[in-house]
Structure formats: structure tokens, C-alpha cells
Ligand binder design. Structure first.
Ligand code: UDX
Length: 439
């Protein structure tokens, strides 16, 4: 919405939320999320054509277009528990829109939804006695965290799904007009509503599938002395495969991948496409296996016991350049390391507040330390889970000198110079490559 406000000064954008604290933060100097480039853009537009408010009912009544961006978490109860999407927030929002609308509106699905959700939305909006007309569009968001501004300002594509009726097409054109302020025409794709809804799930499923695929190959590399980085490079140069999203790691995280794949799995099961469901579910199972494998590698290398050993965790965010830790592999990995009775010192430039919340059940044996040099004091090993660029530039001789010997480093992202670390004296365990060990 900030980018829309920036690019379309002739539009007034109002962002509403039920949380007063969150809206207050959006109206303050300390925005509630960290995203490179966002703050400057909020400051340019805020108070001019970008407003943050909790007056939801009034904003609904005023608006011609409503982007529904409420959360659609995995349902944790009843039918579809653990897989299906919990649609209660979408439904509550639809009812509120209906109750407060005195004029016709375009309602845009921005939240990621199951296929055919627009149908349910339309039924709720048009139920009862109300002469107001609603046209529903699907406009899924493909931006990734950390690059949100760039993805929004120069998108690969903008997808808009609509009904193929005169009013559906008219509504679609209203949304197209907004994007045409900065997006080249050939990057705007239009489809029917269901293809648009499904494409969002499929895009995330394909991306996650690539990561699980390369992670399975990493495990094979570790036992065959092949090198996963070399394999990725070799296959990625095939233009049919492409080079992106082929980095082996400790497993994917983030608020979308697991949730969206499980949603896809649930949809397939619902339509009794059990083999299709099993295929996609395996992407998630392999991810769980990859996180567990990372822990086992640490355990085996450190003589099969971590009791009382000090491990420093480099990076807790689910990826660099964000403080977000939702479904971060670090959560699972740290909990498992604590189960093995290791003492953890966790360091991360932006995610320590969230890390504290994520590990609040298992606080014993965990310390959160901003300065990586302080965090490695007396450590037996370092587990690098998030590839923050600052970890490349640390003085590893100084770090080695502060650690217990033998000193181990488990580079879960193949982020560091392994040969240089080995020469300093570290026992180095990369992902998908043979270890460089002095033992
Ligand atoms: C993802 C999609 O990329 C985006 O299009 C969608 O709108 C939202 O979900 P995001 O979750 O922000 O975006 O992060 P992404 O960059 O996709 O990374 C997800 C996870 O995969 C991270 O944990 C990352 O470390 C991991 N990853 C990514 C790998 O392990 N290897 C790779 O090669 C790429």
C-alpha cells in the first residue's frame, strides 16, 4: 500500500487494522516491521495520501477498492487441522465490509487463499438485504521479505484474476489502472479468479520444492564427496532449470511456504487426489528431515553428546535482511539442540526480540547476545543458520582464539570461506560437502 501511495499520488490509501498498538507504530518513527527501503517511503507519503487508522468501519464506507490482507494461518483445530487454511478472519472481514458499505465496491483478495475462496466471499458479501454490489478480484502478492520494496516496484509480474463478466472485467480494469502507474503493461497478467488463487499456492509450492530437491541432493553429496554448490551451478546453467532457489541450507522457513503447501495438500485431499497430495506433502517432510539432519550432523561431529557444551547460533531470522522468525528453521534447530542439553548463545542483528518469544518455553540454557564476538566466548561450536552478510566479515582468528578447542563450525548456508576457516584451525562442516576436519 505504501508503494501504491508513492506511485499514485492521485489515490488516497488508508491502511486499517484492529490493533491500536500496530497502527500507532505505523504512525510513529519506529515502524512495526523492518523492511529495507520501507521507512523512507512511508515517511514520503504518510499524512499526504497514506493514512493508518483503526477506524475500520469508516474506511470501509469511504473506499471504492478494498484490499483484504488479513492473515490466513493454518487451521489448528477441527476439520483440516494442521493443513487447511483458517478462514475465520477472512469471513469476519467480509461481514464487516458488508455491514459498513453504502456504495458499490471492488474487493481484492490479497491474502493467500484456497482456490474458490472468492465464491465464499461473494456469497457472504451478497447475502441478506443489501442493494450494494461487490465485485471480487484476486490479486495475489509474490513479494519476498527483505526485497519487498524492489519486488513491488519492479515486479516480475502482477497477476489479476476476475470473473469473465462485464462487471468483472470493468473491476479488473480499475485495478490495472493503478498498477499501470509504474508497471509495464506486458507484466500485467489477467486470468480467471480460480487460476489466480491457485497460482499463488503453486508458485510457493514450486519454489519450496526446488529447495527440498536440492536439500535431498545435499545429503547425497555429504556421503559421496560430491559438492552441492558445484552440482547446483552445473544444473542451474541449464536454462530450462535456472539458477535461482538452488541453495542448499538447513531447510526453508518463513510465513508462507509450509502453510501454502499444506493448504495445497489439503485441497488435493479434499478433491481425493491422494497421489498429488502425497507428492506435495513430501516437500514439507523433506524440509523437516533437513532440519533434523543438520542437528544430527552437529551431534555426530561433536562426539555424540552436547550435554553442557556451549554452542553459538549465528542468525535466527528465517533469512537475512529481516527480523522475521516465523517458521524459521532456527526455532526447530535450537529446540532440538536444547533437548540435547546444549547451552545456546544466540546472536542475530535484527531477530533477537522475536527469538526470545519463540524460545520462551525453553529459556533455560539460552542467552541472547547481540555482539557475535561476545556470543562466541568459550563456545565449543558455531551453528550458522542465517546467512547475514556481516558473518562473512568477522575476524575468525579472533573468534577461534575465544573458543574452546577443538572448535567446530557448522555452516548451514555454505556462507563462509571454508578453506580459510580450516587453516585457522576450525573443524568445518558445510552443507552438502565433505567436512574439513583436523580430527
Ligand atoms: C516467499 C516467496 O519467495 C514469495 O514470492 C512469496 O510472496 C512469499 O513467500 P519469503 O518467505 O519472504 O518469500 O522468502 P524466500 O526468499 O522465498 O525464502 C524462503 C525460505 O527459503 C528462507 O528460509 C530461505 O532461507 C530459504 N531458501 C531460499 C533456501 O533455503 N534456499 C534457496 O535457494 C532459497
Amino acid at each position: 500500500m505504501t508503494v501504491i501511495a508513492n506511485k499514485c499520488p492521485n489515490y488516497k490509501v488508508t491502511v486499517v487494522d484492529i490493533s491500536q498498538a500496530r497502527i500507532d507504530a505505523w504512525n510513529s518513527d519506529k515502524l512495526p516491521i523492518f523492511e529495507p527501503g520501507l521507512k523512507e517511503r512511508v515517511l514520503t507519503a504518510r499524512g499526504k495520501n497514506l493514512f493508518f487508522s483503526t477506524d475500520i468501519d469508516r474506511a470501509i464506507d469511504d473506499a471504492e477498492i478494498i484490499f483484504v490482507s488479513v492473515n490466513t494461518p493454518t487451521k489448528m483445530f477441527g476439520e483440516g487441522e494442521g493443513k487447511a487454511v483458517d478462514l475465520q478472519f477472512i469471513e469476519q472481514t467480509a461481514r464487516r465490509i458488508k455491514e459498513n458499505s453504502k456504495s458499490n465496491k471492488i474487493v481484492v483478495e490479497k491474502s493467500t487463499l484456497p482456490v474458490r475462496a472468492a465464491e465464499a466471499l461473494a456469497t457472504i458479501l451478497h447475502s441478506g438485504k443489501n442493494s450494494v454490489e461487490f465485485e471480487i478480484l484476486s490479486n495475489p502478492e509474490f513479494m519476498a521479505e527483505g526485497t519487498g520494496i524492489r519486488d513491488m516496484e519492479t515486479p516480475d509480474r502482477i497477476l489479476i484474476g476476475s470473473k469473465d463478466t462485464p462487471s468483472g472485467i470493468a473491476a479488473r480494469d480499475v485495478l490495472i489502472d493503478i498498477y499501470l502507474h509504474w508497471v509495464p503493461k506486458e507484466r500485467l497478467i489477467t486470468t480467471n479468479l480460480w487460476s489466480s488463487e491457485l497460482s499463488k499456492l503453486v508458485a510457493n509450492a514450486f519454489l519450496a520444492q526446488r529447495i527440498s530437491s536440492i536439500n535431498t541432493i545435499a545429503s547425497l553429496c555429504e556421503v559421496t564427496e560430491a559438492d552441492v554448490t558445484e552440482v547446483s551451478r552445473a544444473i542451474g546453467m541449464d536454462s530450462r532449470i535456472g539458477s535461482k532457489f538452488l541453495n542448499a541450507g538447513p531447510g526453508f522457513g518463513g510465513s508462507c511456504f509450509r502453510k501454502d503447501i499444506l493448504n495445497l495438500v489439503y485441497l488435493c485431499e479434499y478433491y481425493q487426489l491422494n497421489e498429488v497430495a502425497a507428492f506435495w506433502e513430501q516437500v514439507v517432510s523433506v524440509n523437516d528431515y533437513q532440519m533434523e539432519r543438520y542437528v544430527r550432523r552437529i551431534l555426530q561431529a561433536m562426539f555424540n553428546t552436547l550435554v553442557g557444551k556451549k554452542l553459538t547460533v549465528f542468525g535466527f531470522a528465517f533469512k537475512p535482511d529481516t527480523g522475521d522468525t516465523r517458521d524459521a528453521p532456527a526455532i526447530f534447530i535450537c529446540k532440538r539442540l536444547l533437548e540435547e542439553k546444549a547451552d545456546l548463545k544466540i546472536t542475530d542483528p535484527y531477530a533477537l526480540d522475536n527469538a526470545r518469544k519463540d524460545l520462551h518455553d525453553s529459556e533455560e540454557g539460552v542467552e541472547f547476545i547481540e555482539d557475535p564476538y561476545q556470543a562466541v566466548e568459550g563456545a565449543h561450536g558455531i551453528a550458522l543458520i542465517t546467512e547475514w552478510s556481516l558473518y562473512k566479515d568477522l575476524d575468525y582468528q579472533k573468534i577461534f582464539d575465544k573458543m574452546e578447542k577443538p572448535a567446530f563450525i557448522f555452516d548451514g548456508r555454505n556462507h563462509l570461506d571454508h578453506q580459510a576457516l580450516y587453516e585457522i584451525g576450525f573443524n568445518v562442516y558445510p552443507v552438502g560437502k565433505p567436512a574439513l576436519s583436523h580430527l
